[in-house]
Design a protein around this ligand. Structure first.
Ligand code: ADP
Ligand code: MG
Ligand code: ZN
Length: 479
């Protein structure tokens, strides 16, 4: 059997996080009651005219700049004509001839090393509505809330050779767009959707094989599974003397297989023509400079700065900068406790564990982020010990308690006042005469035992250093 390699190109749609839609003032908020974020423009009433939302252009330019694209200084919209019940105008305003960004590249890292994936183009377009099948009436209903929500579509070159590369790229895109504040990229809410174009060819062959396209797969895990399945399907087909047909296939995540959805349409089928109701968009040098000047620090730069200026290990920097939510928590925590290393230790060991136990990703936790730094400060100032600190942090994440208040209310503050510790330790010594005698006779190990007994009597609330000091003093007096 010949050896095959995969060739994959991705089309990724991301909903932009603008407040209003691309051509009208309706809200883009996810999850509203059906057909409540709709007006005559986004529901496609005849005679209405679109007005372009400026932020959409700004967000697209930011995305293109971060993905190393050339910005098309004069770009324009085109109409893509097709009928579907979720598209009331029977056309989608998109960009075919002059997309806003072209010729970009993205660096990805996989177990094979570093690689660049080419970006063919990024274009702006509007989203369609959603069909909802109602099991009670057995009818299909339509929700137009999503109609006119702005999208960018990022089209890659066919540069991927493995599922691992595809996943690394999607994670990189997601991180970048989240950092920019351009899209929240939640695959589970459909604000980031990937179409996977895949073909196979014998290793060594220059020409690409015939590709199929798998649309709108709902998670990274499902994408990886769909890729493996589709690769094997195409190879088996070719090995059996068959031919791959160019078509759109749907991935069924439960059955773990793809099946034909429709034969592949091409640009001609959509009868594209220049959008007559919108002016071309001219991007001036000045505008471009201004947008670039307002771009936030992205993951790679941030990671370097964490390592070089804050002295974090590469491992820590990598994990923190891999999530915008963690970056926010980390930076606030470091600021409050005044020690980036402590901040990163507490976040990576304790906070992530608490998040993990609660079954929620850090992004979905809902607590006052200042609290993390405050807990660390209480520990570093000796007001509570580390063990209590961990408990308080759990309460912060689970119940959003305010650390200082919680410590006072529950009497968790540690006793570091030597005179109040002393009588309790005296009692401990009296109760452990044998161990004390052995210690005085030269058995050093018993010191640790007596520390343990003292901590227990103090119910874990004492400052261990204070206990040591007092115990040593009392024992020395007995010599
Ligand atoms: P269309 O607009 O019809 O979907 P494009 O030519 O714009 O087609 O390509 C869409 C995506 O498919 C791009 O990401 C491209 O890299 C990828 N692609 C094109 N040809 C192949 C192929 N033979 N194998 C795998 N991917 C391909
Ligand atoms: Mg396509
Ligand atoms: Zn509207």
């Amino acid at each position: 059997m010949a050896e095959y390699e995969m060739v994959i190109g991705l089309e990724v749609h991301c909903e932009l996080s603008t407040k209003s839609k691309i051509f009208c003032g309706c809200s883009t908020k996810f999850g509203g009651a059906p057909n409540t974020h709709v007006c005559e423009i986004c529901s496609g009433m005849p005679g209405t005219l679109p007005t372009l939302n400026k932020s959409v252009v700004e967000f697209a330019v930011k995305a293109g700049t971060a993905l190393n694209c050339e910005i098309t200084r004069k770009n324009k919209f085109d109409r893509k004509n097709y009928f579907y019940p979720d598209l009331p105008k029977a056309y989608q305003v998109s960009q075919l001839y002059l997309p806003i960004c072209r010729n970009g590249k993205v660096e990805i890292k996989t177990s094979e090393g570093t690689k660049y994936i080419g970006i063919h183009e990024i274009h702006m377009e509007e989203d369609a509505g959603k069909l909802v099948h109602d099991p009670y009436t057995e009818k299909t209903l339509v929700d137009y809330n999503r109609c006119g929500v702005p999208l960018i579509e990022i089209v890659s070159e066919p540069d991927f050779r493995s599922a691992e590369e595809v996943i690394a790229y999607l994670e990189k895109l997601r991180d970048t767009l989240q950092y920019l504040g351009v899209s929240d990229c939640k695959m589970q809410e459909g604000s980031m959707r990937a179409d996977v174009n895949l073909s196979v060819r014998p290793v060594g062959q220059k020409e690409f094989g015939t590709r199929t396209e798998m649309k709108n797969i709902a998670s990274l895990k499902a994408i990886a599974r769909a890729i493996e399945y589709e690769r094997d399907r195409q190879i088996d087909l070719i090995e059996d003397g068959g031919k791959v047909t160019q078509e759109t296939r749907r991935w069924d995540d439960e059955k773990e297989m793809t099946y034909t959805m429709r034969s592949k349409e091409n640009a001609q089928d959509y009868k594209y023509f220049p959008e007559p109701d919108l002016m071309p968009i001219v991007i001036s040098e000045e505008y471009l400079e201004q947008v670039k000047a307002n771009m936030p620090e992205l993951a790679d730069k941030k990671k370097e700065r964490y390592m070089n200026e804050l002295g974090l290990p590469e491992y820590d920097s990598d994990i923190i900068t891999g999530s915008v939510a963690l970056v926010k928590i980390f930076e606030k925590t470091a600021e409050i406790c005044g020690n980036p290393k402590d901040a990163s230790n507490w976040i990576l060991t304790d906070l992530l564990k608490i998040a993990n136990d609660s079954g929620k990703p850090v992004e979905d936790l809902d607590f006052r982020i200042e609290s993390v730094g405050e807990v660390i400060k209480l520990v570093n100032d000796g007001k509570i010990n580390r063990k209590t600190g961990k408990q308080v942090l759990s309460k912060v994440v689970e119940e959003n308690v305010i650390p200082e208040e919680y410590v006072v209310k529950n009497g968790l503050a540690q006793v570091s006042d030597l005179s109040s510790i002393e009588p309790i330790i005296k009692d401990v010594l009296a109760a452990n005469e044998k161990a004390v005698g052995e210690y005085l006779a030269g058995n050093e190990k018993n010191f640790q035992f007596l520390i343990g007994q003292s901590m227990r009597s103090l119910k874990g609330k004492a400052d261990p250093q204070a206990v040591r000091t007092v115990l040593q003093k009392l024992l020395d007096e007995m010599r």
